[in-house]
Design a protein around this ligand. Sequence first.
Ligand code: SAH
Length: 214
Amino acid sequence: MSQEPPEKMMFQLTLRRRGISDQTILRTMEEVPRETFVTAADRGHAYRDSALGIACGQTISQPFVVAYMTEQLQLQKQHKVLEIGTGSGYQAAVLSRLCKHVLTMERYRTLADSARARLEKLGYDNIEVLLGDGFDIPAGAGDFDRIIVTAAMEQIPEQLLARLEPGGILLAPVGPHQGVQTLVRVTRTDAGFDRKALVDVRFVPALPGIAREL
Ligand code: SAH
């Protein structure tokens, strides 16, 4: 019999019931300690299927959305992945177990520094956390097999699509900053870009530039 605490069993059940079927992703979601990524006050709610507030007025995504986006990325072990919107670092941690390398960008120094420290302490050694603007990715970072945007964009910038390797997949919440967005999956094919609308989601906005902090 499993010795898992009941909230972790419920967590797995909820993900399965909502349609996550990939065993590797379910196992990874079980292994990444979400309680380490939320604020001290929310530790008791870490395994609820809801988004929670973090520093700088931002949020850690809902576990179902993290699992769903991870599933839609169809990751392979050799993939190099870009995430825009580090936040707590939770999504980056999940991705890192399923690919070769994750570069994750965050516009708040406070969040980038604390995510970097947290991920290092937990031993996730294939993640680079970069303070920067996801609308302005350093040329030296190269191209990516997968790109995941975890903040809402009014549209997907051409320069971002240009950073996808052939056969690459990009996922982004597209829509108005306030309200509901559509999660869009773009696949780079020989002929161009295939776009598919997936589900409605609600993310905090993607904003340009490094954030000013007091
Ligand atoms: N993936 C995160 C949740 C992301 S919340 C997690 O697992 O916890 C969205 C994050 O995107 C916020 O932290 C916000 O500051 C950041 N963000 C918004 N616009 C950005 C931009 N242009 N470049 C980099 N990060 C951005």
